[in-house]
Design a protein around this ligand. Structure first.
Ligand code: NAD
Length: 158
């Protein structure tokens, strides 16, 4: 679980460990990571498991199907985490010279708790669902995107 020391990753790691899954944690914030591992251990879970970035999850899901390995991709909108302070764990040599002055972005839709998102991910994995779309508020935007793709197909054919 990359980024397992905070927010969504942490909530998933804790829930999956409670469910007796094997979870592997990776995070650049080592102190937080040690604390999470300890909290998982004291609940009787094991610290093992994997998540990774992939560019084509549909392809990955298809490739892994013969091996009975499922793929689920989490597509969240607002989740109450420390994401706005993400610069906190950036290595010093990658830090921005000037602090960011951008205005806080108004998030669309509800802000969910990380634990609620973790429950959605677990349910999706159990049902072997590829997409975990946490917010129904995304529906209209998804429809519009699909319509644009259909339109592009029709125009390309003509
Ligand atoms: N919170 C939201 O509203 C939201 C919405 C959409 C997408 N996301 C995405 O969800 C993911 C998790 O974010 P979060 O909201 O839980 O934030 P968070 O800041 O609470 O947690 C992110 C964790 O990732 C770790 N991390 C950062 N860079 C890393 C690296 N290179 N290697 C290993 N660990 C690293 C950080 O140390 C931190 O513990 C992010 O990719 C974020 O962009 C979040």
């Amino acid at each position: 679980m990359t980024g397992g020391a905070s927010g969504i990753g942490r909530a998933m790691a804790e829930l999956f460990a409670r469910e007796r899954a094997k979870v592997v944690l990776a995070d650049i914030d080592e102190r937080a990571l040690a604390a999470v591992v300890e909290s998982i251990r004291t609940r009787g879970g094991e610290a093992l498991g994997v998540t990774t970035d992939v560019t084509s999850l549909e392809t990955l899901a298809k490739d892994l199907r013969p091996y009975r390995i499922g793929v689920s991709v989490l597509c969240p909108m607002g989740v109450a985490t420390q994401i706005r302070e993400s610069a906190r764990n950036r290595p010093p040599d990658l830090a921005n010279e000037a602090p960011s002055v951008s205005e806080p972005v108004e998030l669309m839709g509800r802000t969910l708790a990380p634990a609620a998102v973790a429950e959605m991910v677990l349910a999706a994995i159990r049902a072997n669902r590829l997409y975990v779309i946490t917010h129904e508020e995304a529906l209209e935007a998804l429809r519009r995107r699909h319509e644009r793709l259909e339109q592009a197909l029709l125009e390309t054919k003509a």
